[in-house]
Design a protein around this ligand. Structure first.
Ligand code: HXC
Length: 259
């Protein structure tokens, strides 16, 4: 169905793999368009509650935006590419499903930016991360100047972007760029295990928490706290809240179904 993506569904989990093996999964406009379409198709579905994003092949998550497409691009074309990626990546952040990046290798430039757009990052011990754009005479254009600073702080983001240093998975973990590092062979299993744990909780409550965290980080504390109170109130209208609390009091396992 897609030329540049592989999509596999395992129960309530969709695994979306960027699949441009000849260029180490570099993101060209066609791939970004497909990713946007794919995520738009998933975001309204109630039967898919976790999306895992990874790269096809043995050594690369995504080696960046496609340099061969950008080399002769005009400023307007560069802007259009940036906005296209921002639309697709923004979906990962806004969709009600939990999004997990399974970083299986190079996560460079647009690849690091794709991983940062997911809610959670799990890295293979062989993964590496960089924002090499300034070495190409450009700057991160798929959200890197914004999301890297939010994830690892302003000073570390500036150092990584200005020096273009490539860091390994352990260093990415140390600075808070990834949540977890696992042996390469166990990467997808580790992500599926994390997804299963999340799926055992109330999916509707998880989606409200996701929305509260992402929207809250873009606003001031007082507005974020008000938003939390509103979403907290919404959870009180759910079947899951009744079931979850009654099950606790009745000392039985809760049957949480809302999404
Ligand atoms: C296009 C790419 C590519 C990329 C790799 N390839 N990365 N093509 N765009 N981003 C291609 C190579 O040209 C090569 O094609 C093939 O993939 C294999 O790559 P090699 O370099 O031979 O592999 P290796 O020696 O293992 O080195 C891997 C690598 C290196 C370290 C990942 O390829 C590399 O540095 N790539 C560029 C990384 C980068 O600068 N990313 C940021 C891009 S800018 P052939 O045809 O020779 O086999 C960006 C901006 C985002 O992301 C915002 C834009 C708006």
């Amino acid at each position: 169905m897609f030329e540049h993506l592989l999509v596999e569904e395992k129960g309530q989990i969709a695994i979306v793999s960027i699949n441009n093996p000849k260029s180490l999964n570099a993101l060209n406009s066609a791939t970004l368009t497909e990713l946007n379409d794919c995520l738009a198709g998933i975001e309204g579905r109630k039967d898919i509650r976790v999306v895992i994003v990874t790269g096809a092949g043995p050594k690369s998550f995504v080696a960046g935006a496609d340099i061969s497409e950008m080399v002769d691009a005009t400023p307007a074309e560069g802007r259009a590419m940036s906005l296209l990626a921002m639309e697709a990546f923004g979906r990962l952040e806004k969709m009600p499903q939990v999004t997990i990046a399974a970083v299986n290798g190079f996560a460079l430039g647009g690849g690091c930016e794709l991983a940062m757009s997911c809610d959670i990052r799990v890295a293979a011990d062989t993964a590496s991360f960089a924002q090499p754009e300034c070495g190409l005479g450009i700057l991160p254009g798929f959200g890197g100047t914004q999301r890297l600073a939010r994830l690892v702080g302003e000073g570390r983001a500036m150092e990584l972007i200005f020096t273009c240093d490539r860091i390994d998975a352990q260093e990415a973990y140390r600075i808070g760029l990834v949540n977890k590092v696992v042996p390469k062979d166990e990467l997808i299993d580790a992500c599926v295990a994390m997804a299963d744990k999340i799926l055992s909780k109330g999916s509707y409550a998880v989606s409200l928490a996701k929305k509260s965290i992402h929207t809250g980080l873009d606003t001031d504390l007082a507005s974020g706290l008000l938003l939390e109170a509103s979403n907290f109130a919404l959870s009180f209208a759910s079947h899951d809240k009744q079931e979850g609390m009654r099950a606790f009091l009745e000392k039985r396992k809760a049957d949480l179904t809302d999404f």
